[in-house]
Design a protein. Structure first.
Length: 271
């Protein structure tokens, strides 16, 4: 699917989304770059066009169902036929408060974008993708979706939901020609720490860890290759692969380990 794809990427204005859009264009695809930040999406399109690729901007707040409905019709109009690859990538970081002190505003904000954004994408695009001969959906979750960490409640819940939705969809799509992939990275070198709602202490920690993380271009390449192969799960880094396996063997140990390592790093002391 990733070669000469007709692709729609959400959150294409920065980080992993921009890397997906550029890699797809490099693979001779045409890309609808959507983002809540139109200026950043325009910059992605400019980079693609400067490299000889084909792309356009469609503004879209994934938390708004009507925006995602508009994104689907704008993509069909741009390509002149249905898209055959959807990348539900848009997401925000959040953290720094224990359950009981988070507040419903933050719960709603994070779940609205990270989980409902992906639900909107899957619900609206699934019939469109099914209507094509071969197609793909890539949902960007996180290792936090199976490796819950203290003071990251809404983020972990949202990403666990994305993994579960992807697994459901993959089972429903067997035999349909639509390949479903869920990506579960640990740290990736993007601006996610600064773009979200993270308390001042943890934001420095998250930014430091992200800066040491995997390049978004590598995550994009691995994810597209996995979707082409029909692989459901992508754990791009070694630590993601290891915790994924250990979680299956000794789940309670992972939870204790997360509590211990977070305390050791001072991550739970900020609320
Ligand atoms: N960077 C990491 O360490 C890391 C690790 C695991 C998972 N992820 C996930 O990767 C995805 C991409 O994040 P990133 O690291 O590239 O961060 P980023 O902040 O660099 O990019 C996120 C993009 O999403 C856009 N966005 C935010 N809210 C939106 C909304 N409501 N509608 C549409 N677009 C919106 C932003 O404008 C931005 O362009 C997210 O889902 C994130 O949770 C990131």
């Amino acid at each position: 699917m990733s070669r000469s794809a007709r692709a729609v990427v959400t959150g294409a204005g920065s980080g992993i989304g921009r890397a997906f859009a550029r890699e797809l264009a490099r693979r001779k695809g045409a890309v609808v770059c959507s983002d809540i930040s139109v200026d950043n999406a325009r910059e992605t399109v400019r980079l693609i066009e400067n490299a000889g690729g084909r792309a356009c901007v469609v503004p879209c707040d994934v938390a708004q169902r009507s925006d995602v409905e508009h994104l689907a019709s704008a993509a069909i109009e741009y390509f002149g036929e249905p898209p055959n690859l959807l990348i539900n990538n848009a997401g925000v970081g959040a953290g720094g408060r224990r359950v009981g002190t988070i507040g419903f505003d933050d719960w709603n904000w994070v779940l609205g974008i990270n989980l409902f954004g992906v639900i909107h994408g899957c619900e609206i695009f699934a019939p469109i993708l099914r209507s094509t001969q071969r197609a793909g959906i890539i949902n960007v979750a996180s290792a936090a979706g199976f490796n819950a960490a203290p003071v990251m409640g809404p983020y972990c819940v949202s990403k666990a939901g994305v993994i579960s939705l992807s697994e459901t969809l993959a089972a429903e799509m067997v035999g349909s020609g639509v390949s479903v992939t869920v990506v579960c990275p640990t740290f990736v070198a993007t601006n996610v720490a600064h773009n979200g709602r993270i308390s001042p202490g943890p934001v420095e920690f998250a930014a430091r860890m992200a800066a040491r993380g995997m390049a978004p271009e590598v995550v994009a390449r691995k994810s597209l290759d996995a979707n082409d192969r029909g692989s459901l799960y992508v754990m791009p880094q070694l630590d993601a692969k290891l915790t994924w396996r250990v979680k299956r063997l000794a789940p309670a140990l992972v939870t204790r380990g997360m509590a211990f390592s977070s305390r050791l790093m001072g991550v739970t002391d900020y609320d």
